[in-house]
Design a protein around this ligand. Structure first.
Ligand SMILES: [Zn+2]
Length: 482
């Protein structure tokens, strides 16, 4: 940060050495003299006002809005996007065939592999690829996929939907928030940083050491954020730390999470550690679907203004009944530089089949049962959901700081563990083996343990609780639940 020559920029860089109260004062002034680049733009304000109204629309109003958007999208794709020009013709569908929402089923579904192998054909004619933001999905497991986005527009849409959910607590737009989902270290000498434009305390999710987490606690107590936003895996590690050290943080309105599946046991741990409700959301870098949990916590409301959300069975038929597993297929309305129509995710969901007491009419997804990779495969080939392991409330979990399962062969699991201070490897291994043995049949699963100093994170700072190297198919999962 410190350059060899004197410049205003270098002096400004030294603000990071100021104590937090001084930095907050600088931020307070800055927010009053320079308008926020996104929140104060007319486009954002208009779109956000629209979302604030549309959340109370009737289901019929939401559906007719979707039909209108879908027709525009399909016509655009047919006229401008080489991949769809070809695939719609092969399927003999024309934009004029989309007369009602269900007609979306006339269109072919696409997979991650389709997009990966025809990536350039998904960019509309006349769009300059070099001007787009590239987002890589996939993390450590699974083959990565490049997704192209219009930077401003994509940020605007994502921010508008996130903000709408945050306002479902008593949080207001410029209120103090803390985040635990990225790495501020490139710009600061501390394990945390302060973003004065957004009044945000950034805690590094990349380096969750004991001493850093003590620093987080100090900063959180000083800053008193109204909400905390993070990845479930990072929140879990910080939550375990708080419980282990009997630390109570200042009261929060809620903890918000996304990007990874949230397991029921994990949720219980985080809610008890932070002493407030969680507000999970469902989304993906491909930007094809969005769903957010409301203050009644009965499931995830589908964001119908965001795109068409479908749950399909193994034959590709739409699921309409509650409690039936289906694979998520999404059609996003907002990525005009790389439109994805009927894009198949690797996630399994079920409908709740009831209306929500909050008064919003968008249908509820009862739960997302994790991604297809979040299953163990036994020696017999039988699948076991990862979340069963996580439901444990045994004391052994408090002796573990971080943990990751790795599976490369059927029936064999490697448990990598970073243990909490003051416990022996043998103690943790013995107790964990006994605990896991209650859930996993020892004839079907052999577990090995490896104690490590720290865990490798994905390039976005997430920790996959299970690094599943084996291919798992949807058909096997539906067989499991039937
Ligand atoms: Zn609701």
């Amino acid at each position: 940060m410190a350059g060899s020559s004197f410049s205003i920029k270098n002096v400004w860089g030294y603000r990071k050495y100021l104590p937090l109260p001084a930095r907050r004062a600088v931020g307070w002034v800055k927010r009053r003299v320079s308008p926020h680049w996104l929140w104060e733009s007319k486009q954002f304000i208009d779109y956000f006002e629209f979302l604030q109204k549309s959340q109370w629309w009737s289901l019929e109003e939401l559906q007719s809005f979707q039909l209108e958007q879908l027709r525009v999208l399909v016509k655009f794709a047919y006229e401008n996007v080489p991949y769809y020009q070809r695939s719609f013709k092969e399927k003999r569908v024309h934009p004029s065939d989309i007369k009602k929402l269900e007609d979306i089923q006339l269109l072919p579904t696409i997979t991650k592999d389709d997009v990966r192998s025809h990536i350039d054909e998904f960019i509309p004619i006349g769009v300059d690829k070099s001007k787009l933001r590239v987002w890589v999905t996939g993390g450590t497991s699974g083959k990565p996929l490049k997704v192209y986005q219009d930077l401003y527009y994509s940020c605007m849409i994502e921010e508008a939907f996130s903000l709408r959910q945050r306002l479902w607590t008593d949080y207001k737009q410029y209120d103090r928030k803390a985040t635990l989902n990225r790495d501020p270290n490139k710009r600061t000498f501390r394990c945390w940083d302060f973003n004065n434009t957004e009044n945000e305390l950034i805690l590094s999710s990349f380096d969750l050491t004991e001493s850093n987490m003590f620093e987080f606690v100090k900063a959180m107590k000083e800053f008193k954020p109204r909400i905390l936003v993070g990845y479930p895996s990072a929140l879990e590690i910080f939550g375990r730390f708080l419980i282990r050290n009997e630390i109570t943080l200042p009261a929060l309105n809620g903890v918000f999470c996304g990007s990874e599946a949230l397991f029921p046991g994990q949720r219980a741990l985080i809610e008890s550690a932070f002493n407030c409700d969680m507000f999970p959301s469902y989304g993906m870098s491909e930007r094809v679907a969005d769903a957010t949990e409301c203050e009644k916590h009965k499931g995830y409301h589908i964001s119908m203004e965001y795109g068409v959300f479908e749950l399909l069975d193994q034959n590709g038929e739409p699921i309409t009944k509650p409690d039936v597993d289906g694979v998520v297929v999404g059609t996003g309305f907002h990525n005009n530089v790389m439109p994805l129509i009927r894009y198949q995710m690797f996630d399994i969901g079920t409908y709740a089949g009831e209306t929500c007491a909050c008064g919003r009419n968008a249908p509820l997804i009862k739960e997302f049962k994790g991604r297809l990779r979040e299953y163990f495969v036994g020696k017999s080939g039988k699948l076991m959901p990862l979340q069963l392991i996580w439901s444990g409330r045994h004391p052994v979990w408090s002796k573990i700081k971080e943990m990751q399962f790795v599976q490369e062969r059927e029936g064999e699991i490697l448990a990598k563990i970073v243990q909490a201070p003051n416990y022996s490897n043998e103690e943790v291994m013995w107790e964990l083996r006994a605990e896991v043995g209650k859930i996993m049949n020892p004839d079907d699963f052999k577990i090995d343990f490896q104690f490590v100093d720290h865990m490798a994170l994905t390039h976005r700072g997430k920790l996959n609780f299970l690094d599943q190297k084996l291919p798992i198919h949807f058909e096997e999962i539906t067989r499991l639940s039937s």
